[in-house]
Each structure stands twice: as C-alpha cells, then as structure tokens.
Design a protein around this ligand. Sequence first.
Ligand code: NAI
Length: 335
Amino acid sequence: MKIAFFSAKPYDKQSFETVNQTYKREIDYFEERLSVRTAKLANGYGAVCVFVNDALDDETLQILASQGTRLIALRCSGFNNVDLEAADRLGLTAVRVPAYSPHSVAEHAVALMLTLNRKIHRAHARVREGNFNLEGLLGFDMNQKTAGIVGLGKIGIIVAKILSGFGCRLLASDPYPPEGWETIGLRLVSLSELFTESDIVSLHCPLMPETHHLIGEGALRQMKDGVMLINTSRGALVDANAVIRALKSGKIGYLGLDVYEEEADLFFRDLSGKVIQDDVFARLLTFPNVIVTGHQAFFTENALRKIAETTMDNIVEFEKNGICANRVTLERIAS
Ligand code: NAI
C-alpha cells in the first residue's frame, strides 16, 4: 500500500525511513498539511499518514475516498482532527498510535511545572546577562502541594507517580479511572472538588465535545487564587480568552501550555521572521508567568521510534486483514 505522508518534517522522515528499512513500503513525504486544499496530493495512495494539525473534515475525507484512499494512519494518539462519522460513512478506516511514550508527555508536563515554579526561564536569561539578583525568582516547595490531575489515563498516571515522588498530595478526576488507580496514593474526586482544592491543575484528558473549553470562566472561578494550570493535552480544552482574564486578575499564577486551540496556524514551523497575527496567542506570550512550548511534549527519541514502528505495524495489519487493533471507532469516542 502506497503511503502519502503529510506534514512531513525532517525528523519524521528520518525516523520513518529508519523503521521502513524493515517494512519496505513506498512512502512519499509531503511538507503540506492535509486539508481540502492539499488532499489531491494523495491521489492514488491507499493510505495517508497524518499528524495532529492535519484537518480531516468531511470534505477532505470525501476527496480522499474518491481518489482511492482507504486508510488514515494517525501518527499520534489524539484523533479529534478526524471526522469519524464521515470516515465511517465513506468506508475509510482510521488507526492511531494509542501509546508511544506516555513518559515523554508526562515528563514534559512536570518540566513545565518546575520551570514555572522556580522561574528557570527567567533565571537563565538573567544569569546570561550577568544579573545574579534573586528578586522575583521566589518559588515554592512542591512537597505537600495539592496537584489535581484531570484524566487518569496513560499519561495522567505517570504524572501522578512523578508528583508522588515529590511528596505532592494527589487528586484526580476521571469518569473511567483505570484499574489499579487505588495503588498510586491519590484521591479520586469530582472535577469541582479538584478545581477547588488544587494548587496545580494538570490536564490529561482527551478533547471531545464534553471537554471543549473545560477550563473556562466557570472552572477558573472555582480554582484557588494563584493556581498553576498546565495543559499538555489539546489546546481547545482551555478557553484562552478566559485564561488571559484570569492571568490579569491573578487568579492564575502560573500557566504552562504545550498546546493551543489555534495552534494549527502557528506550531511546527519557523515564524521567527514573521509578525504573529493571532492577538490572543501574542498576548499570552507577554506574561512573565506563562510558558508556551510548541506541541513538543511528545518529542523524544524513544517516542519518535515507537510512533514510526506502531504506524507501520498498523498499516501492515490493515493491509493483511482489512482491520487493525488500533482502529479508532466512534464507540471509542463515547468511552
Ligand atoms: P488515555 O486515553 O490513556 O487517557 C485519557 C483519560 O482521560 C482516560 O482515562 C479517560 O477516561 C479520561 N477522560 C475522558 N473524559 C474525561 C473527562 N471529561 N474528565 C476527566 N477525564 C476524562 O490518553 P493519554 O495517552 O493519557 O493522553 C491524554 C491526552 O494527551 C490525549 O488525548 C492527547 O490529546 C494528549 N497528548 C498530547 C501530546 C503532546 O505532545 N502534547 C502527545 C500525546 C497525547
């Protein structure tokens, strides 16, 4: 099966080419994001391989199906960018990489927490200028702080375990907590209780209609003054305008983002010579207590290798059997 690989970056090509020495499939790499505009590039390819900001809406999927594509191989775990109802209707199968390195994302979430708390970003800039003044760099002990984890899946569990090592009090909210959560030493609570009691709130649930803007005015009102909010999950879990108001009022004391609702027009490319047109994003960058990384939480050597291996396994399994264990189904969204 020929594979049209969209949003290809040099590091993607490197990891897939290495792994493809074993699989020996024909892969053509396109730098373009997959969208209605670029779907024609996939003409004649049985599979498209896509990432988080490729837009697989109904119209794009119709073009893909009419050109002979049968498989959408997501090289990520989230699948909110695929219209699964349309895919189902058009006979397209979507497969994903359910877990490649939950450690990569969990560790990045904790890196954001520690950087914000101890103001490493500001200290680094100061010291390089010969300024060794400590004024404004005061942090707090993580030990005994209450951390609330929203979504106790593969990533959330690891965040909980790391924070447990720091001596944090742990709360979690999850409608479907995994087996064995009791052994981690956390308390499962309602979202409301988590918001009210936590010093740190870290988001690790998927983006679905029910979780869209989970963090908006209502949730922020319930949180402690000066709360730390971390989002390494999906941008649209957070209402950025509400968060900006909360940063201005001091309700949010620290904000760490690896994802942003409108990131598709920004992330994964060098815009350093351009003027950022997104005023909400530009405003976020002005706060001294905000750190934004450009969707890099997954970006470790281990994760890239595993992503390439699982994606190729998915494609081969689909080629052989017409089905795949890592298929994304509408029922999976509901659960
Ligand atoms: P997972 O599927 O293992 O866990 C998600 C958990 O969220 C499940 O236990 C589920 O029951 C829970 N959940 C569902 N609805 C919820 C709600 N309303 N409130 C609280 N919990 C809810 O997923 P995993 O692998 O832990 O990934 C979590 C998210 O991280 C993904 O959905 C993806 O969007 C994001 N992600 C971000 C990456 C990055 O580079 N920044 C890389 C990989 C994943």
